[in-house]
Design a protein around this ligand. Structure first.
Ligand SMILES: C[S@@+](CC[C@H](N)C(=O)[O-])C[C@H]1O[C@@H](n2cnc3c(N)ncnc32)[C@H](O)[C@@H]1O
Length: 253
């Protein structure tokens, strides 16, 4: 899904997403000891996770990598004290045993071979170090409305997207397959209501804009516009339900 990842608007969307409790980095990482560590933000995107790591750690060195030049440039600009480099996660440009902690957030949904990436994390992580993978599960899938025609279209769209919308529930299995036997999985559920729903509506609008090429391919021009309009209208309908789950897996190497 190169288009979504490189879309300049996607950076704006991730900026908005930070305001929504369901995506709070602070909540995700509040129990993690970040001090005196060499930390890698794997698939750093625009550098939001790195920003949190820098602000909330003492005596740690924060590095970030991403295969997108644009994202690495954003991350550097946002975090002048961080060390950012271009690298795919399948072959990380770092020596064996380089990091005490690797954090990888909202990236697994895009990976063709997550087990391979976890094996690479294992290689660059020091013995005794920690790997934390965070991903959501159910975006687009966990939206149900009283408009049956719309529900059918949404189900069809889900089959056309190349992102794994159930990445979250699979993380533990990838740890196991990568030979990381010590890990723990936690899950939170989010049901969007009130102010959170308002913000998620804005987020959804940007998400729909970002996947416009996929919408066009699935529905054609006229119907794709109608679909997006209905999506946003139905989000606020009393009979609609929108929720998703978030998984955090913490493993020891
Ligand atoms: C949705 S963003 C998440 C960014 C950041 N982790 C955050 O939580 O804000 C996903 C990022 O993963 C990067 N990415 C996806 N697949 C990758 C791969 N195989 N190697 C390196 N980076 C990858 C994309 O370029 C994008 O910046």
């Amino acid at each position: 899904m190169a288009y979504i990842l490189e879309n300049a608007k996607e950076a704006e969307r991730l900026e908005l997403q930070k305001k929504i409790q369901a995506y709070s980095i602070e909540e995700e990482l509040k129990e993690v000891d970040l001090n005196n560590k060499n930390i890698l933000d794997a698939g750093c995107g625009g550098g939001d996770v790195s920003h949190y790591l820098i602000a909330n750690s003492i005596n740690s060195k924060i590095s970030g990598c991403d295969f997108s030049d644009i994202r690495v440039a954003h991350a550097k600009k946002k975090n002048p004290s961080g060390n950012f480099f271009k690298s795919s996660l399948e072959k990380i440009e770092a020596k064996d045993n380089s990091f005490d902690l690797i954090v990888c957030r909202y990236v697994f949904e895009y990976l063709p071979d997550p087990t391979k990436v976890l094996k690479e994390f294992k290689r660059v992580c020091k013995p005794g170090g920690e790997i934390i993978v965070i991903d959501i599960d159910g975006v687009f899938k966990n939206f149900h409305t009283s408009n049956l025609e719309f529900n059918k279209d949404l189900s069809y769209l889900v089959t056309q997207l190349k992102v794994d919308l159930e990445a979250g529930r699979k993380i533990s299995s990838f740890f196991h397959l990568a030979g990381i036997s010590q890990f723990d999985c936690s899950m939170s559920s989010f049901h969007f209501k009130g102010e959170e729903l308002e913000l998620e509506k804005e987020n959804s609008e940007m998400r729909l804009n970002a996947i416009e090429p996929e919408l066009l391919k699935a529905f054609g021009e006229k119907k794709s516009k109608e679909f997006s309009r209905n999506y946003l209208l139905l989000l606020e309908h009393k009979a609609s339900v929108m929720f998703f789950n978030k998984f955090i897996v913490r493993g020891r190497v």
